[in-house]
Design a protein around this ligand. Sequence first.
Ligand SMILES: NC(=O)CC[C@H](N)C(=O)O
Length: 401
Amino acid sequence: MATAGEAAAAPAPRARLYAGGRTITAVLVLEDGTVFEGYGVGATGEAVGEVCFNTSMTGYQEILTDPSYAGQIITFTFPHIGNVGTNGEDIEAQTPFARGFVIRADITMPSNWRAAEALGGWAKARNLIGISGIDTRALTRLIRERGFQNGIVAHAPDGQFDMADLKAKARAWPGLVGMDLARDVSALQTYEWDETRWRWPEGYGRQDTPVRHVVAIDYGAKRNILRCLADLGCKVTVVPAQASADDILRHEPNGVFLSNGPGDPAATGVYAVPAIRKVLETGVPVFGICLGHQMLALALGAKTEKMKFGHHGANHPVKNVETGRVEITSMNHGFAVARDSLPSGVVETHRSLFDGSNCGLKVEGRPVFSVQYHPEASPGPQDSHYLFEQFVEAIDTRRGA
Ligand SMILES: NC(=O)CC[C@H](N)C(=O)O
């Protein structure tokens, strides 16, 4: 492994997985000049962003459509991506928000009873650029050692690349720190959500008569969060990221949910935090996930910080410090709440067993709590589903149900 200094001086193209005869049709160029050569998948063109890695073994379609990945190029560490194809159901948003994706093996013919389309064609139709044939283990080790890298993925079927231009673009990209992306991916208008969770054999369901009303602030919400809320009898009104406290409270919610989303929480907090603070003053139960957790922490007076390479995967152990139980969780975040910044009266409820970072908080004596990880899974284990039930119980307790 070259050191950062060597790589900056004269980075050689990384070894290709499939040598001989094949035209290089895509490249991944990192901000330090490191070049990975491979084969284009999906759309042609260029896409610049922060290169991260995701360790999930399943769920690539959910991951690529998770709006939290806006601004990021996802390296899948699992070597076989695309082999179960794509379908119209396993999506967390209508379109992918990831900037691009990096995979090891060539995509094989889809083999799954639900497959409607191959991943390459699906990506192409959605203007998503991918690159295969990459030594994703070497790339992941590089990110783990040096931290998140900005980079650019380029796909040109004729194999012609202006490397100096690509390097300059990778270097020039400003990075996610300070970037508010929630307003780009959020719904523009308020709407109601009534789809419930997927169940064999009928698939997604529709809600019967809801018995509680939750307003979900959409900073880039994954659909499965909304499905989990609807499934538990919540009428879900989704409001745009920039909704004011009045926009939220005029729906007279029994609970307010703060969603996941992309970008730097501090940048989104500029407009989100004042609204959340006013909501908190009303005493209505509040539950946040991921960016929503970070937004709640900021509203309570804590701070967030950029992580070295973040947490992205479906196999992250988290300790519930109140019960001592360990949950295997789904994660996708590059920022974290600084534990030491939590004000008095706000306590840490969950902690990562990978690096000890903060993974949850609650306000003592109040129905206000949040987690850094994704209890809705999609993809991932459902160990943490109890948090949705906890939110509903908090709502019912407050209403005297
Ligand atoms: N999944 C999320 O909500 C991500 C939150 C935030 N954008 C981060 O990277 O930490």
